[in-house]
Write a protein of this length. Sequence first.
Length: 247
Amino acid sequence: MSDVVSPRDARGAVDYDVGWTLWTDMVRFYPSGVHRRRLVARWLAPHAPASILDAGCGAGHMLASLREHFPSARLAGVDDSGATVVENRRRLPWARFEQLDLARAPLDEKFDAVVCSEVLEHIPDDVAALQHLVAMTGRLLLLTVPTGRLYPLEAGFGHLRHYRLDELCARIESLGLRVERAEAWGFPWMTLFKRAANLRPQATMDGFGAGAWSLPKKALGFALTTLFYFNLPVRGPQLLVLASRPT
C-alpha cells in the first residue's frame, strides 16, 4: 500500500523494535504528538484517575506526560515491542512495563483509566484489540486514532486503516461502555501539515523519522506546535473518544 521505505521484518510488517530506535525524537517533537499528549491529559484531568495504563506505549512519551499531570497515579505501559519494553524499564523505572500483543489478550487486571493513542490503526485485528482494551478498563477508556485519507507516509509507519467517529463510538458502546465525549480535531493546520508532509513522503520519513533531531528540526517542530494551538475541535484528521464504564 505504501511506497515509503521504513523498517520491516522478514514478513514485510513494520518492525517496531527497530522503529522505536529511529522515531523517538519524532514522537517527542512532532506537533501532532505534542498536542495529543496535551489533549489526553486535559480530557483526563477532571476525572483524576488513580491508575493509568498506556496501551501501546512505545517509548513512553505519553506516560512521561501523564506523570507530570497525575504524579500520584500508578502508571503502567504495555507494548508489543519487547526491546522497547526492556529499554523503558531501564529509562523509566517509575512505571511498570509489560510486553503485550493487544490483539491476543488483555492483562488480567483493570485500570482506572486506559489510554490507547495512535495504536488501533496499526493492529490487523483491531476488533479483538478494542475488546481487550475494554476488558482492562475499570472506569475510563480514552482513544485517539486518525481519520480521513490514509496517506503514503502513514502507511509507511504501519497504518492499516483510518476511522470514522460515528462508527468508532458505536463499536465502543456495543462493548458496554458509554461515550462521554468525542471530537475530531486538527483543522486547519494539522490537515494542511499532513498534506504537505505527503508531497514528498519518503523525504519526510528520511528527514524526521530516522533518528535524533537536530536543533533546526526541533525549532521547526516548536514553531509548528505553536501553530497547532489554533486548530479547531470540530474537524480535522485526529479523533479523540472518551468513554466510561456505567456504574
